[in-house]
Design a protein around this ligand. Structure first.
Ligand code: M6R
Length: 614
């Protein structure tokens, strides 16, 4: 949530800050601002709404901006106080000697605010962040040194932060620090850049320093020095990063979401490569560092995640129970952390998070680790915060996902769960007779995904017809219940249409009361499992209440065309592997309905890509 950029050097500071924020739009987008160190003054410009509004503002004040040498910028997702100009970052101290941008939450901001007001500080905004500017300013009065002032202020803060700070008295450095929120420094030639995520940096440099919690960096044009709170100097470890320039380009697609949907076959293909070398040999997962003996003797598995990652976890439960015969509990991380759970040293906790920054999931993992559980983290960002607590990290390798609605990271998480479930089954010696066939079929999935994507035009036409409805019910059974839930989530996230998912068998226990000709029922139907016929019966029940019926199915049964108003075909697939395919039409339906309704597909209202608050 929220994006930060800081720059020091001889290039165009405004352009670098704005371009950097542009690549971080997925982290928040309700207001934005920059502070420029220009003509020995700190000039602050802010605008509400999309980054374009800030760009417009900066172009109208162009003549005021002379030759800034450094600056900090921020794109916000409001947590404390409305999305307005006053609450937008950067925030300044009373005398404007200190200016800061902040990601995270200062939990004790109310107490600090009261104390600072007593000291004479004048607050302008409703944010938690502003206290930090005042606090550092107060400390500066004693230290006359920004780094030292920051060091004195930090122990007074409770919560999470990534901060970039400038002082009017120090025209040649930006100070930055982090705790439980990401911050990296890009090291260039006579210029340095600070950011909350890689996309903001890659156009300038591929040399990165990953800052750790409570490390304070003083970033000058030609140097970076880091120390921790007790003054110990930390060597700057510069890492050469792989530049994923394609990931932050739309590659000709209208939206990132559509591009990311189309990337899925290759992501799955690459993930399979090297994992299933021969269908008769064991799955290769060298990243799992937990001993085979431990895995054999697990008492239970718990999966914790949020949102789309939670849906992947719900499918993971079916897979691990079905293949490896170990009992699995799945729980939203936000629920797990506030109850007395049964995690212990014989538990394996699998945390799934695309971003690796989700506060609920990180807190849950910390708790589970505290109870001695083994932790496997499944993430798309192996450099993220959550991986610090992991015994093993499974990188889903989907590439940077820009669209707020998760698509490619979901199928990559699913595939990773299939591989892990098979790996566990092989270690435990369970179901060995059927695993080879399963692996063979897994290898055919990327091509089948491509086949679905060739039918996009047809799904687009159907989406247009469906976009007139204001409410949808999604139903599924067994391994495809989470698919129905994911389909409903995708639709509501990006089109703001009310869509609720239910186990198909639950329809008759209440939700059926909602059904009439204005409430389409969307189902998943995969032959080869008892749930197929049962789901058809539930669809019949819905039809009897005049609901329009839509199905995503691999069935060739011609009788379905009599029952269903809209049929979206996917290739033949076994029930257990079908979630890898059945979700794609749902992603495309949601995408095209949202696009048809003219919604902001990649940056839906009220959402942020990384939810770093509980
Ligand atoms: O980064 P994470 O996977 O931990 O994020 C979890 C959810 O916030 C995320 O999946 C959210 O539901 C997405 N907007 C789904 O499209």
């Amino acid at each position: 949530m929220c994006g930060i950029v800081g720059y020091i050097g001889n290039s165009d500071v405004v352009e670098i800050l704005v371009n950097g924020l542009n690549t971080l739009k997925y982290r928040g987008y309700d207001s934005a601002g920059v502070a420029l160190f220009d003509e020995n003054k700190i000039k602050v410009y802010k605008a509400v709404g999309k980054l374009e509004n800030l760009k417009d503002k900066l172009s109208t004040v162009k003549s005021e901006i002379k030759n800034p040498f450094m600056g900090i910028g921020h794109i916000r997702w409001a947590t404390h106080g409305k999305a307005n100009e006053v609450n937008a970052h950067p925030h300044t101290s009373t005398t404007s000697d200190i200016v800061i941008v902040h990601n995270g939450i200062i939990e004790n901001f109310k107490e600090l605010r009261e104390e600072l007001i007593k000291k004479g500080c004048v607050f302008k905004s409703e944010t938690d962040t502003e206290v930090v500017a005042h606090l550092i300013s107060e400390e500066y009065k004693n230290t006359k040194n920004l780094k030292e002032a920051v060091k004195n202020a930090l122990p007074q803060l409770k919560g999470a932060y990534a901060l970039c700070i400038m002082s009017i008295n120090e025209p040649d450095n930006i100070v930055c620090v982090r705790k439980n929120a990401p911050l990296i420094i890009g090291v260039g030639e006579n210029e340095n850049i600070i950011a909350s995520d890689i996309p903001a940096i890659i156009s300038l440099t591929s040399n990165i320093i990953y800052l750790n919690d409570d490390e304070i960096a003083v970033v000058k044009k030609d140097s970076v020095s880091i120390e921790n709170l007790d003054g110990t100097i930390i060597p700057c470890k510069i890492v050469k990063m792989f530049v994923e320039t394609d990931a932050i380009s739309k590659m000709g697609y209208k939206h990132y979401m559509l591009k990311e949907i189309h990337e899925q076959p290759n992501i799955v293909r690459n993930l399979l490569n090297g994992r299933i070398i021969d269908v008769n040999s064991s799955v290769e997962l060298p990243e799992i560092k937990i001993s085979k003996d431990t895995l054999k003797n697990l008492s239970k598995v718990q999966i914790i995640a949020c949102g789309t990652s939670l849906h992947a976890g719900q499918i993971g439960k079916y897979l691990i129970e079905d293949f490896a015969g170990v009992s699995v509990e799945v729980e939203p991380a936000s629920e797990y952390i506030y109850r007395k759970n049964t995690t212990d040293e014989n538990s394996l906790v699998i945390a799934i998070s695309q971003s690796g920054e989700t506060a609920d999931t990180i807190t849950a993992v910390k708790q589970a680790k505290g109870k001695g559980a083994y932790i496997v983290v499944i993430t798309n960002r192996p450099d993220s915060n959550i991986t610090r607590y992991a015994d093993s990290v499974l990188n889903v390798n989907a590439g940077i996902e820009v669209s707020v609605a998760a698509t490619k990271s979901y199928t990559a998480q699913l595939l990773t769960l299939y591989l892990f479930a098979i790996y566990l089954a092989e270690i435990k010696g369970e179901n060995l007779d059927k695993l080879s066939d399963l692996k063979r079929e897994l290898l055919s999935i990327p091509t089948k995904m491509e086949e679905i994507l060739t039918t996009e035009g047809d799904i687009e036409k159907k989406s247009e017809q469906l976009s007139k409805y204001k409410n949808f019910v999604y139903i599924g059974r067994g391994v495809n219940l989470p698919t129905a839930m994911e389909g409903a989530l995708k639709l509501k996230e990006i089109s703001y249409i009310n869509a609720n998912a239910y186990p198909a068998g639950e329809l008759k226990h209440g939700p059926i009361a909602l059904l009439d000709e204005n409430m389409p029922v969307v189902s998943v139907l995969i032959p080869g499992h008892i749930s197929y016929d049962k789901t058809i019966s539930n669809c019949e029940e819905a039809k009897a209440r005049n609901a329009k019926l839509i199905t995503v199915t691999s069935s060739n049964d011609e009788k379905l065309s009599k029952l269903f108003d809209v049929i979206i075909k996917i290739p033949e697939v076994s029930d257990i592997l079908s979630p890898l395919l059945s979700v794609i039409p749902f992603q495309l339906l949601a995408y095209h309905i949202s696009n048809f309704l003219g919604k902001d597909v990649d940056q839906p209202r009220n959402l942020a890509k990384s939810v770093t608050v509980e």
